[in-house]
Every structure is written in C-alpha cells, then in structure tokens.
Design a protein around this ligand. Structure first.
Ligand code: NAP
Length: 273
C-alpha cells in the first residue's frame, strides 16, 4: 500500500488509545487518511496517540452508550460528514469460569464487544460511504477456537464473527464491505485490565510463545497492517472474511496443547506456570 492509500478518507477506530487500536490508527494516518477519529473512555490515552500524528482526532466516547455514539457521529459530521472506514476494535476480556461466572462482567463484555458495535454501526451507517465504505472488526481466534474459563469472551467474539458475516451479506448491495481480523495472543493492556499482574502475564505469554508454531506471541504492529489492508480499496472484492493472525497457533489448537498456560484445575488457571 502506498502512503496515499487512504488520502481524503475519514476513519473511525474505537479503542484507539491503546494496543491494536492505537497501532491501527497510526497506520491509517501513515497511509494518508485525512482524519482518524479514535475513541475510548480515557482522554489522556487518546491525547497521547493524537500527539503522535496530526491526522489523529481524539474523541472521548464510551462505545456502550448512545451519548458515545452521538459524539462519534458529531466528530464525523465536523469533518465533512462522510465516513470511509469504521474499525470496531474496542473490547474487553474477562474470564468467566463455568462454575463461577461473574454475570455483571459477562454483561459488560457483551455490551462492549457486541452491542456497542451494533449501536455505533447503526448510528454511523447514514454517513458511511455507499458504495465504498468498509467496516473491520478486531475479533479474536476465541470466536472459533475458544479457551477454557473464558466462555463469555468466546461468545462475544463469535458474536463479532457473526456480525461480520451477516452484515457482509446485508450491506453488500450498498457496496459496503465487512471483514474481521482474528488475532491470538498479542501483548497489550487487555490482560492487565483483566486484573492480572505483570508476572502473571509474563507467565501466560511464555506459555503462549512455547506453544506457537512461529515461536512467539504477537505485537499490535503485527495486526494493524491487516486491518488497514482489509479496509483498503485494493481489497474491494473481499467481504465477509475473518483473517486469523496468530503465528500459526490456530493450527495447533494451542489452548488445548500440553504447553498451554490454560491447563488449570477446576479452580481455574495457574497463570504463572
Ligand atoms: N491482545 C490480545 O491478545 C487480543 C487477541 C485477540 C483479540 N483482541 C481484541 O483486540 C481488541 C483491542 O484490544 P487490545 O488487545 O489492543 O487491548 P487494549 O489495549 O486493552 O485495548 C482495548 C481498548 O478498548 C477500549 N475500550 C474498552 N472498553 C471501552 C468502552 N466501553 N468504550 C470505548 N472504548 C473502550 C479501551 O480504552 P478505554 O479503557 O480508555 O475505554 C482500550 O483502548 C479487543 O477487541 C480485543 O478483544 C486482543
């Protein structure tokens, strides 16, 4: 892709203040987007990313609320009212063991990972280029290869798999494409946000790397170029696809392997092993 692939285009990346969303937003900006509107709840994190490129526009918006969706709509309207790319990336990860699920956290996860994108898509569709618009989800391998103790996360990500494929059919006649990336273990804040200590995450990622055919875990920068690639005009004949980005982990059913850090007893996981 050239540095002008997204020239003149407006992009929205939810959860753009950190991790995969931040790396994607910076990649869209590097590839010439006029405005990359990034959202999240923490203003300081959004501002940090905005300081890295003049095209980045920080908008504090909770993806689960009508007010949040409205704030994003207004940000697009301020920039000419046309949206070219919508990246549903904001997400949370929580463990919900079958014998001890936290229902409040389960609901929060579904609200953030599934209902939020449904709400935001509905509000932004009137502004999304038709034809030519593109929606990309950051889903997860958990959507089709779930890990023990995280069933509701898997439900939420199979939900995004389903939204991808259903909307691809529903919006094809309007010339709007819908695709997803499905990463496995990428070292971001999503794990510490789940309450794990740095040592626990170190142990978890050591296990992931050992079980990975390519011998390492992912970085946000491994995923971002696939998000921009799916959104780019050069992918204009690609829709309804879920691209796995995982160093080959999907080949090995890594979550079930003898090396998996997920092999715990009925009490759950031994994170540091
Ligand atoms: N890291 C992995 O191993 C991995 C693997 C597969 C899939 N994924 C998916 O990748 C996506 C990005 O996660 P990440 O790994 O980059 O972790 P991350 O750094 O924690 O990013 C998640 C982002 O979502 C935002 N967010 C969470 N709840 C929100 C809400 N209610 N409203 C608006 N923004 C919200 C967070 O910002 P605020 O907290 O400031 O709101 C944060 O910037 C997620 O959908 C995750 O499920 C991650």
């Amino acid at each position: 892709m050239s540095d002008s692939t997204f020239e003149g285009q407006n992009v929205v990346v939810t959860g753009g203040g950190t991790g995969i969303g931040r790396a994607s937003a910076l990649e869209f900006a590097r590839l010439g987007a006029s405005a990359v509107i990034i959202t999240g709840r923490r203003k300081d994190r959004l501002d940090e990313v905005a300081a890295e490129h003049p095209a980045i526009v920080p908008v504090v918006a909770d993806v689960t609320t009508e007010d949040g969706a409205q704030a994003v709509v207004e940000a697009v309207q301020t920039r000419g009212g046309r949206l070219d790319v919508l990246v549903h990336n904001a997400g949370i990860y929580r463990q919900t063991p079958v014998d001890n699920p936290d229902l409040a956290l389960s609901r929060e996860m579904l609200e953030t990972n599934v209902i939020g994108p449904v709400l935001l898509t509905a509000r932004l569709l009137p502004l999304l280029a038709s034809p030519g618009g593109s929606i990309v989800f950051t889903s997860s391998v958990a959507g089709h290869n779930p890990e023990p103790y995280a069933s509701m996360y898997a439900v939420s990500k199979s939900g995004t798999h389903s939204l991808t494929r259903t909307w691809a059919k529903e919006l094809a006649s309007r010339g709007i494409r819908v695709n997803a990336v499905a990463p496995s273990a990428v070292r971001t804040e999503v794990y510490t946000a789940n309450g794990l200590s740095t040592e626990e995450v170190d142990g978890l990622f050591k296990g992931f790397a050992a079980a990975n055919p390519l011998g390492r875990t992912g970085e946000a920068e491994d995923v971002a170029p696939w998000i921009t690639h799916l959104a780019a005009p050069s992918s204009s004949w690609v829709t309804g696809q879920i691209i796995v980005i995982d160093g080959g982990a999907d080949l090995t059913a890594a979550a079930d392997s003898p090396y998996s850090p997920y092999r715990g007893g009925s009490e759950g996981v031994s994170w540091g092993s």
